[in-house]
Design a protein around this ligand. Structure first.
Ligand SMILES: Cc1ncc(COP(=O)(O)O)c(C=O)c1O
Length: 482
């Protein structure tokens, strides 16, 4: 495509945008169990209006747009109260969980470097912690040491973390909750260990931080996980998940300013304007911030509490429904409204395709460490009206997969062949052909994923990563210029 020689009519343009959507998943129908957090048009409208009202204001300079500074301080105040923090807790609004986590790791790194110049820092990351910690390690050149989780509960194993403590340990990570299994790590033990070692402890509440306090108020037993726990030094919490704010909304919080100061980046080494960045982005739209501020004010504690009530009830019905299906089992005991379930009798990848053909979108998760390949469901408020229908459909979908032979068997020989081929191609030049042989030459995502997932599931992780890089490279390449 070229920039058109002359601009296109507005009406034509917007109808093209709408038309472009026709192959996207129709999330408003409420059968997509990932990616989207919504509870109908009213909250959506508030978020959109506030977003548009501040779309053009630039968070780069809070002295020019003091309203943005006020919104950010208000949001941080709401967040720290929600998470058991006192007036010393400070933080910032970020674009999402990954940015919050990268900033928390950068802060830990610079705090550690100031105390231990010349020592290469490490962080202890349970195998179930979000991939964003690995991304942070990769970007920031610190080492991530993977620690074990209990193979049944999938909660981080403090003994494994203890075994890896060293003079290089800067940070211990705990999740509240983990994405894959929706469980909360034993934060008290982990934070205490960090404090005894003189290290920091980050609790990743990107997924659970907002909702879990409401679940607790509803009487659910929730592991202690927030600033009320001694030794917790930083937390991340996404507002664009269970806060139902438009995307681009998260907070990162620190116990006090002596830590947060390591997050802030300033630069006086150039000829331009005074550069002070709290976050990774520099110029940034005021839209997500204003929208988050407005949605939090609009829904309010009572609104979130009643949404949480529906989610808690939906989770209980979903867990009971899955457990009632012969051949299926739930991984761990999720405290959150996120569920992973598996099967030793049928291919979960074939089951995902079968459910998709029946109008339900669940997410395939590959086997890793003690976690078998499984299907993941994040219940969002918009899903709660469908839980009984899903639970009724699930055994029928399992039976259909069984009747069709149970789905693809693990393609061990093909995987070994492919792994050898990829490993013997250090330049990666032949990878494009391999990608085509696996997913076809269309360049897009294949409709049926069972075979692809079954193959990925058998590949060594490093080989898998190489293949995914080549796949994404192919996907994000415009068609040849005409
Ligand atoms: C526990 C946890 N941490 C971090 C993230 C990363 O959040 P984001 O996708 O907003 O970057 C997620 C996303 O699902 C998550 O579940």
């Amino acid at each position: 495509m070229r920039i058109p020689a002359r601009g296109i009519e507005k009406s034509e343009l917007f109808s093209r945008l709408e038309a472009a959507r026709q192959h996207d998943w129709p999330w408003r129908e409420g059968k997509l169990f990932a990616y989207v957090f919504e509870d109908g048009p009213e909250i959506e409208e508030v978020g959109k209006k506030a977003y548009m009202a501040y779309l053009t204001e630039n968070g780069l300079d809070p002295t020019t747009f003091p309203s943005l500074l006020q919104f950010e301080n208000d949001i941080v105040d709401m967040a720290r109260r929600h998470l058991g923090g006192d007036d010393r807790v400070v933080g910032n609004f970020t674009s999402g969980g990954t940015e919050s986590i990268i900033l928390a790791v950068k802060t830990a790194r610079d705090w550690f470097r100031a105390k231990h110049p010349g020592v290469r820092p490490e962080m202890l990351v349970p195998i179930t912690a979000h991939a964003a910690f690995h991304k942070a390690a990769h970007y920031l050149d610190v080492d991530a040491i993977i620690t074990d989780v209990d193979p049944t509960s999938f909660r981080a194993d403090p003994a494994s973390m203890r075994a890896h403590l060293s003079d290089r340990t800067m940070l211990l990570v705990a999740s509240a909750c983990s994405y894959a299994h929706g469980v909360v790590d034993p934060v008290r033990e982990i934070a205490q260990m960090a404090a005894e070692k003189g290290a920091l402890c980050h609790v990743d509440g990107c997924m659970g931080g907002f909702l879990l306090p409401y679940f607790r108020r509803l009487g659910a037993t929730i592991t202690d996980f927030d600033f009320a726990v001694p030794g917790v030094t930083s937390m991340s919490m996404d507002l664009h998940k269970y806060g139902l704010c438009p995307k681009g909304a998260s907070v990162v919080l620190y116990r006090d300013e002596s830590l947060r100061k390591h997050q802030i980046y300033t630069c006086s080494e150039w000829t331009g304007y005074t550069m002070i960045n709290n976050t990774i982005q520099s110029s940034k739209s005021g839209g997500p911030l204003a929208a988050a501020w407005a949605v939090l004010q609009f829904v309010g504690e009572a609104g979130y509490q009643s949404i949480a009530e529906r989610l808690l009830d939906a989770k209980r019905r979903l867990l009971a429904g899955i457990r009632a299906v012969p051949g299926l089992s739930v991984l761990g005991e999720p405290e959150m409204s996120l569920v992973g379930f598996t099967s030793e009798e049928v291919s979960v990848f074939a089951l995902a395709d079968e459910l998709k053909s029946r109008g339900w979108h669940v997410q395939a998760q590959l086997a890793h460490g003690p976690s078998r390949e499984n299907l993941h469901m994040t219940i969002n408020p918009g899903n709660t009206r469908w839980i009984d229908d899903f639970v009724a459909e699930l055994p029928r979908a399992v039976e259909a997969v069984r009747a069709a032979g149970g789905g693809p068997k693990p393609p061990k020989e093909l995987a070994a062949l492919l792994a050898a081929q990829i490993e013997s191609d250090p330049t990666g030049e032949g990878l494009g052909n391999v990608v085509e042989s696996v997913v076809g030459s269309g360049g897009g995502v294949p409709g049926k994923m069972a075979e692809v997932n079954a193959l990925l599931n058998e590949l060594p992780r490093k080989v898998q990563e190489k293949l995914l890089v080549a796949f994404v490279g192919k996907m994000f390449t415009p068609k040849a210029q005409g």
